[in-house]
Structure formats: C-alpha cells, structure tokens
Design a protein around this ligand. Structure first.
Ligand code: COI
Length: 363
C-alpha cells in the first residue's frame, strides 16, 4: 500500500470551528484537511496525500467540467459516549464507489487503501468530530476525470478526494415528518442509465423537480419510473419504504434505483425482527389506494445523510393524501433508533457493520 504524505494545516490555514455541536448545518462546514490522490494512465493511482483544505486548481478544459465524469459516496463517522470513534459500513460504501466508478469508466481504487486513507483523515481531524446526539462527521469521497480535452471520451487522468464535514440533521425538519410531491413530469433515472450508481449527474438532474416541489410547499419529490411513470422508485435522494398490511415494502432494485446501504440495513434488521419484507414493484396507484383504505400505515425514506425520514403526506395529482394520522411513525422511529444505536456504539454490532477506528482522546 502506498504511503500517505501528510502536510499539516498551519495555524493560519486552520478553519473556523463551529461554536457548538447544536444546530450544525448539513454540508457547509469542512474540516482542516483533505485527502487526495491522482491517477494517470500508465502510472495508476499515485501521490496519495493529506493536505490543508484549499481550493482545487482545475484546467478549464477538465472532463468533469464539461461531461460530468464524476462519482461520489457519502458515509459517516460517529463519536460514541466513551469518545470511541466509529465508521458505519465503510466497506459497503467503498465497494459502491468502485461500482459507480466502473459505470463511468473510472479506474477502480484499492478498497483497502481507501479505507486506510479515510481512517487516517478522520483520525487526523478527530477534534472536529461532533459529540452531540444526532451529529456525525460526514465523509465525502469523490472522483473526477481531469483530462484537459474537450472531446468526449473517458479521461486518462483522475483526481480522488475525500472531504469531511461535521453535520447535524439533513432535513430542516430533522426527524420530523416530510410532505412529498409525486412527480409525473420528471424522472430521476432510466433503465440502462446511471440511477443505480452515485453519479454526480443524477443529482443535477433531480434539482428542477425538487425546486418545483419546494415552491409548492413540499420537502422533496417521490420519483416514479421513467418509462411508465407508474412505479415508485425513490424519494428525494433516498430509498423509500412503505408499511402496508403488516408488510414492509420497498421497490426492488430494478437497475435504476440506488442500492442504498441504509436500505440494506433496514431490510436486514426488519427480517431479523420477523417483519415480512417485500422487495417488489409497487405502483403509485397501489400506494394511494392503500392510503385511502387505511392499509398503508407508514412511509419513510432511508439514506446515509438523513438515516430515516418519515413521510406524513403525499401530494399526487393536485390532492394531498395524509398517511395514517400523519403524526405517528413507530416503525421509522424504531429503525432510526436501531441504526443510530449501532452507529454510536450503543448496541452490540452482530453484523460487522461498525468499525472502531480509535478514540477522540488518542494522542
Ligand atoms: C444519502 O443520504 O446517502 C445521500 O446521498 C444524500 C447526499 C446526496 C447529501
């Protein structure tokens, strides 16, 4: 494994720390250091380094700027009550980073080395790790093509970077219920496209629908399949679950849905609880019918950033449908608790999901 050259931020280069852990915004504060590594055809991945956080210098012709050849991951580190520091399912995130990379013709990274790089970076900036309940250090690895060439082809040079941000809740509502608008005008992804990967363009493509939803007073959109606009796929930037007739239902991974790591955690925990689980096609008409006949008890999104996010209301074809009372989310709360208990080291991890990387007091 290559060595990581570390250049520490000097006092003048250190970044302003948040005054307190309470009210941390999501994704606006970055720590003192960044990991970076380069790739060149014929040379492979090289020059692994941790440096003070600084702006990137990119040639204006860089592939990423013109054709969006870029992928990312979002994972988290947590501080337990004993100040032990944990990563949650880092191997799954790194595996998915390489799957996303392959989809965009980006050369794979050595997963063990990426894990080492992330651990080294988190431990170097461990003083930034927030400790209040509900906070975490969000880890953003991303890879981009940086050839200075504006012909359309896979780049032969890449940059891999990892940023860290201390974060609070992702949604303004926190764990509070969200109002979601079903969109039939836009689609997030199509079969054969990049929806099953964390490709940067997926997120750009989602913005207009999200803005339309916001302008109408909704938090996010419910995405339907692009071909028929009948089948439920995702909610906002999350996977989606429905509790219907005592069964937990989530759309099957049909090729345009992201294989969420929180989604997988919920499915595993649900099966262990003896809850009947269906990964299947689910139409918006079935969802609306289940709300109307009372068999849909809960709906919630799942993702790394928000963990679990309950949905109180679905807006579809100019009507709002309240799910149950719109106020009780026992299953969503249970999964939120189960997962965060694991993440903060409050319960025993029987799945090999939680990786202790050190202690905040370590020298
Ligand atoms: C996640 O929750 O996993 C996400 O990818 C959200 C992120 C784009 C902020």
């Amino acid at each position: 494994m290559p060595d990581i050259a570390v250049t520490l931020a000097q006092p003048g280069e250190r970044r302003a720390r948040p005054a307190s852990d309470s009210d941390l915004p999501f994704g606006k504060i970055f720590t003192d250091h960044v990991f970076s590594m380069k790739y060149a055809a014929g040379k492979g991945w090289h020059d692994a380094a941790i440096r003070p956080y600084a702006a990137l210098a990119l040639d204006p012709a860089s592939t990423i700027l013109h054709y969006g050849q870029g992928v990312f991951e979002g994972m988290k580190a947590f501080c337990g009550a004993d100040k032990d520091l944990y990563l949650y399912r880092p191997e799954s995130h790194i595996r998915r980073l390489n799957v996303s990379a392959q989809r965009l013709c980006i050369p794979p990274l050595d997963p063990d080395f990426v894990l080492k790089a992330i651990q080294t970076l988190v431990m170097l900036d461990k003083d930034w790790m927030p400790e209040t309940v509900g906070t975490a250090l969000y880890i953003r690895p991303f890879i981009m093509g940086v050839d200075n060439y504006i012909g359309v082809k896979a780049a032969s040079e890449y940059l891999f970077n990892v940023l860290l941000c201390p974060v609070g809740a992702y949604y303004r509502e926190g764990f509070g219920p969200t109002k979601i608008l079903v969109t039939e005008d836009y689609a997030r992804a199509a079969l054969g496209g990049t929806g099953a990967c964390k490709v940067i363009g997926n997120y750009a493509a989602s913005l207009l629908a999200a803005e339309m939803a916001h302008s109408k007073g909704y938090s996010q959109v419910l995405w339907l399949d692009s071909a028929t606009k009948k089948m439920v796929e995702e909610v906002g930037m999350m996977n989606v679950f429905f509790h219907i007739n005592d069964r937990l239902v989530t759309p099957r991974l049909n090729g345009s849905i992201l294989p969420g790591i929180t989604r997988d955690s919920i499915l595993t925990l649900a099966r262990e609880k003896g809850l009947a689980v269906d990964e299947r096609d689910l139409s918006i008409e079935e969802v609306i019918r289940s709300i109307e006949n009372g068999s849909l008890k809960e709906c919630f999104g799942s993702g790394t950033a928000a963990v679990v996010s309950p949905v109180s209301t679905l807006g579809w074809r100019d009507r709002d449908y309240t799910i149950g009372s719109g106020r009780a989310f026992p299953l969503a709360e249970q999964f939120f608790k189960d997962i965060t208990d694991l993440q903060y080291g409050r319960t025993t991890d029987t799945h090999g999901w939680v990786r202790r990387i050190g202690n905040k007091r370590d020298a």
